[in-house]
Design a protein. Structure first.
Length: 227
């Protein structure tokens, strides 16, 4: 019998880790937001945990907390990103148009198109009950730059409505008129998102008709001749 010692059995290769290597902060930040959007839309905000979001991204829950301390913080970041994109489009509309009637029409149509072009972002920002702070106090008379981005978005619409009413010598409450316009646009967007199989009229034609009806309703509340 040979006295040569036997070699130790070869070890099985270690299972590959599912964790992603440390990446650049901005890229990881966006990965988390994209994963959260996907999970929130598919399963609902209330049922998705930060652990599940972290797993979707391929990082630990502890690593996720470096970027977002809570799930609410993730949702808030998603809403803010949506509002920033929308306000940027509103700013373009406010700089164009021959008069305030045309500028307001542009803003209203931009709002609807944005919601239809970005349905996931719209659902989370405008159709999720816990997307906004319940304790938030709205002070529309404070400087715009001191407001949260979502409030700034509303104030831009309010400004357009005020100028529209003044330009057309219409004695209406601008706050009520703005809320009615917003509600009308939101109703159209939310219906077209949630009931996509309904035989809707051609999109641009429907957007034009809806905004025209809203403007005419504000301009002629008593049923006088339309614009």
């Amino acid at each position: 019998m040979s006295d040569t010692p036997k070699s130790a059995p070869a070890k099985s290769p270690a299972a590959p880790t599912l964790r992603k290597p440390r990446g650049r902060g901005h890229e990881r930040h966006e990965e988390i937001l994209q994963a959260a959007t996907k999970l929130f839309i598919e399963h609902g905000v209330d049922t998705v945990s930060t652990r599940r979001i972290a797993s979707e991204v391929g990082i630990s829950q502890t690593a996720l907390y470096v970027y977002f301390p809570t799930k609410d913080a993730i949702l808030q970041a998603l809403c803010e990103a949506c509002f920033k994109r929308l306000t940027a489009l509103f700013q373009i509309d406010l700089q164009q148009g021959r008069n305030w009637t045309e500028r307001l029409r542009r803003i209203m149509q931009t709002y609807v198109r944005f919601g239809l072009d970005h349905p996931d972002e719209y659902r989370l920002s405008f159709m999720t009950p816990n997307a906004h702070k319940a304790e938030q106090v709205f002070n529309f008379d404070a400087p715009v730059e001191e407001q949260e981005i979502g409030v700034q978005c509303f104030l831009m619409l309010l400004h357009a409505v005020r100028e529209f009413l003044a330009e057309n010598a219409i004695a209406q409450d601008p706050y009520a008129a703005t809320q009615c316009i917003w509600a009308g646009g939101h109703g159209l967007v939310s219906l077209m998102i949630t009931v996509p199989n309904f035989p809707w009229t051609e999109r641009e034609s429907l957007i034009h008709s809806a905004t025209t009806l809203l403007l005419n309703g504000i301009t002629n509340p008593s049923g006088a001749a339309p614009l």
